[in-house]
Write a protein that binds this ligand. Structure first.
Ligand code: MG
Length: 163
C-alpha cells in the first residue's frame, strides 16, 4: 500500500505535468500568433507529451490502489515576449519539474517504496533528455539570432517533430 504522503506527492506531480501541458499549449498559441507554425507544432507535441506524463502517474496510482485527485490548474501566461524567451521559460520550467521528480524519488527512498522508485527511473531519464533538447534549441536560436531569416529554418526543423 502506498503511503498518504507519497500518494499526495504523486497527485501533485499529476498537477504539475498537466500544468506543463497547459503551459506548452499557451506557448504554441503564442508561436502560432507570430506565424511560426513549425515552432507551434513543436510546442503542441511537447504539450501532448506532458499530458502523457500526467497519465503515467495516473496509471501508476490506479495500479497501486491509490486515490487520484485532479487539482486546480493555474492559468499560464499568454505573452512570452519572444520565441527565444519562450524556450528559455521552457528550460526554466523543466528544471523545476526535474527538481520535483528528484524530490519524489527522495521521498520514495525514505519510505522504502520500491515500485515508485522504479517507476521514477523513467522520469529521471526523461528530464535529462528534456533539458538537453531545449538547451540545444536555445543555443541554435542564439546562434542565428531571432531577427534573422535563419529563424525560419529553425521553424521548419522544429515543425518536423512527431513525438
Ligand atoms: Mg513532464
Amino acid at each position: 500500500m502506498i503511503s498518504k504522503t507519497l500518494q499526495n506527492a504523486l497527485n501533485n506531480q499529476i498537477q504539475s505535468e498537466t500544468y506543463s501541458s497547459y503551459l506548452y499549449m499557451a506557448m504554441a498559441a503564442y508561436a502560432d500568433s507570430k506565424n511560426f507554425k513549425g515552432i507551434a507544432k513543436w510546442f503542441k507535441v511537447q504539450s501532448s507529451e506532458e499530458w502523457m506524463h500526467a497519465m503515467k502517474f495516473y496509471d501508476f496510482l490506479v495500479e497501486r490502489g491509490a486515490t487520484v485527485i485532479f487539482k486546480a490548474i493555474e492559468q499560464p501566461p499568454s505573452d512570452f515576449k519572444s520565441i527565444l524567451h519562450a524556450f528559455e521559460a521552457t528550460l526554466e520550467h523543466e528544471k523545476k519539474v526535474t527538481a520535483s521528480i528528484n524530490k519524489l524519488y527522495e521521498l520514495a527512498l525514505k519510505e522504502n517504496d520500491y515500485p515508485t522508485q522504479i517507476m521514477l527511473h523513467w522520469f529521471i531519464d526523461e528530464q535529462v533528455e528534456e533539458e538537453a533538447n531545449v538547451t540545444e534549441i536555445i543555443e541554435k536560436i542564439k546562434l542565428v539570432g531571432e531577427k534573422s531569416g535563419s529563424i525560419l529554418w529553425i521553424d521548419n526543423e522544429l515543425g518536423k517533430r512527431e513525438k
